[in-house]
Design a protein around this ligand. Structure first.
Ligand SMILES: [Zn+2]
Ligand SMILES: [Zn+2]
Length: 583
């Protein structure tokens, strides 16, 4: 080790660990056939064909042996191979031979990498200089999965061993804790436990149905957005869900958009389609009336469901569905109104994130590529003015942002909002997009002050994106324990025994305007409290003799625990405040 070592990168560490895994596997099971072992997000994997099934106990052995190899400070060294030499070297490894034949056909260079004298793999490189650069505690083999060789069902099924790897042991621990927490918060699990939604085979994958509690949550979220918009001069429209295919010829979707469901063919009429998005309907509606410059901006909104044929393998719970509801909006504006309209949208997004408890987010500003100006349509001045405005507005708010030069669509620049949930996971949510294409395709117009016809700019905007996906994020962010204003059941009133039911009912009556449940079932007090806690109801009010005498309730909060006796009137005032504060 006389040479000076460069610090190893995380990818080099992860990739080198894949080699060590293969070495450990071959040591214990020498007849194993090797697939490939790439780096992935958070770690690495390696695919193997074992001659007998392996277990979690094997993973422990492999991991132990990998640690042993790490500590031996083994060097990695490369060797260029001719196809003949490569085939000879890997003659017992049919998958490697297949790769060698393929690489030779493509005239790719063949290299083998030796790890000390314990293992040799066919590989392009990208390793640590020696295994001493790896922290022996900073990786962990986590689980097994099946995977077809090269992803094809026609090929043998291999066993994939996954490993986590970071720079330090603490990062591994933190990641494992986060995963554990994410499992507990999985919206599919909580959706079932809390009775929020379900997916039924006979109705179809990606088509969730909501139970009353889930439907209430949905409505609260959608009503919030409706109020937020209408307070700021946005007006609702309503559009149908099936549409004559002619519309999608004008919009270009039929030619370009591949997630549309096939047409509904009719005998004496044109074919109809389920709408995969709403923009064309908004454009058509605008166009049915004459507009003057004085009317603009026109801010149309609709919370409406779209239908997209997503592959069944890609559907998960509420995050990827085939029926997605958008809080959609299109603003028709004069070019001189772009900046103030976008600023108004930023106000709304900022309010919404605060209300839903998301404080950590950043913005991607996608602008045009100055090297490829011919790629873009629309007025050059509108492009440069609106891009400058986007950047200025985001900076003025002090929001974290990145500028993606060349990432704009051909028809306009855009803003995407990426938020971090309580576990630090990132979700892309809101979007604001300037559009100079649809106004042209749909020949949108307004009469300017001098009487000439002008083309408005369209700004597409969604705050939540899709209601379904937003609910998934919300459920996981709060772990199902929603703040008072969002909880489907806000308060459980629990009588100590049967003789306290009347009083419980009178308390519930006073809680007019709240979503209240009375636990009347003939169970012990302990059981009734536990059941309300399992439902993560924010407030539990226990009432017995003492409370009847005092006109009070005994208050427990889901997160804060027992708060003690309170006068009912005083509690109601506090709860009203809590709802209005959205805490
Ligand atoms: Zn390698
Ligand atoms: Zn749109």
């Amino acid at each position: 080790m006389s040479e000076k070592q460069n610090p190893a990168t995380l990818d080099e560490i992860r990739h080198s660990l894949a080699h060590l895994l293969a070495a450990a596997v071959l040591k214990k099971y020498p007849d194993t056939k090797l697939g490939i072992g790439p780096v992935i997000e958070n770690g690495f994997y390696y695919d193997f064909l074992f001659s007998q099934p392996i277990t979690d106990a094997d993973l422990k052995d492999f991991q132990k042996d990998m640690r042993y190899l790490v500590n031996k400070k083994l060097g990695f060294s490369g060797e260029k191979l001719t196809p003949a030499k490569a085939k000879e070297m890997f003659k017992d490894q049919p998958f490697k031979v297949e790769l060698i034949e393929e690489f030779s056909k493509e005239s790719k260079e063949l290299t083998a990498y030796h790890t000390g004298d314990v293992f040799t793999d066919l590989c392009r490189g990208g390793h640590v200089e020696n295994t001493g650069q790896i922290n022996a505690g900073s990786f962990k083999l986590t689980h097994l999965a099946g995977a077809y060789w090269r992803g094809s069902e026609k090929n043998p099924m291999l066993t994939r061993i996954y490993g986590l790897a970071f720079m330090t042991e603490k990062e591994v621990d933190d990641y494992l804790k986060m995963m554990e927490e994410a499992k507990k918060r999985d919206h599919r699990k909580l959706g079932k436990e809390l009775g929020l939604f379900t997916i039924i085979d006979e109705i179809g994958p990606g088509l969730p149905l909501f139970y009353p509690k889930g439907a209430i949550l949905r409505r609260l979220v959608e009503n919030y957005i409706t109020d937020l918009q209408e307070k700021r001069g946005y007006v609702p429209i309503w559009i149908p869900h099936i549409t004559n295919g002619k519309l999608y010829v004008i919009s270009g979707h039929l030619q370009k958009y591949d997630a549309m469901y096939p047409p509904m063919e009719l005998k004496d009429e044109d074919a109809y389609y389920l709408k995969p998005m709403n923009c064309p309907h908004f454009m058509m509606l605008y166009n049915t009336l004459p507009h003057s410059y004085r009317e603009l901006p026109i801010r149309y909104t609709a919370t409406t469901t779209n239908y997209r044929y997503e592959k069944s393998g890609e559907l998960t719970g509420l995050t990827r569905v085939r029926a997605l509801t958008q809080d959609d909006c299109h603003v028709f504006a004069r070019p001189d109104q772009i900046e103030s309209e976008i600023n108004l949208m930023l106000d709304m997004i900022s309010d919404a994130y605060k209300s839903f408890g998301f404080t950590d987010f950043w913005v991607r500003i996608s602008t045009h590529d100055p090297e490829n100006k011919e790629k873009y349509i629309g007025d050059k001045e509108i492009w440069s003015e609106s891009e400058a405005a986007l950047e200025k507005l985001i900076k003025a708010r002090g929001w974290k942002h990145e500028i993606g030069v060349g990432e704009a669509a051909f028809y306009g620049p855009k803003l995407d909002f990426i938020l971090k949930d309580v576990l630090g996971r990132e979700w892309q949510l809101s979007t604001i997009q300037l559009d100079m294409n649809l106004p042209k395709r749909f020949s949108l117009e307004y009469a300017d002050a001098d009487g000439t016809k002008k083309q408005p700019v369209v700004i597409h905007r969604a705050i939540l994106g899709s209601t379904e996906r937003f609910l998934a994020i919300l459920i996981e962010h709060f772990g199902g324990a929603f703040p008072l204003w969002l909880a489907p059941v806000q308060i459980a009133v629990i009588p100590v025994s049967e003789k306290h039911i009347e009083y419980a009912k009178s308390v519930a009556e006073k809680l007019d305007g709240f979503r209240v449940q009375i636990s009347e079932e003939n169970e012990t007090l302990g059981k009734k409290i536990r059941s309300a806690e399992m439902q993560k109801i924010p407030y539990i009010l226990v009432v017995g003799d003492k409370e009847i005498e005092e006109g009070s309730v005994n208050v427990r909060h889901y997160k804060k625990g027992v708060l003690g006796t309170m006068e009912t009137v005083k509690l109601i005032a506090e709860l009203k405040q809590e709802v209005s504060d959205k805490q």
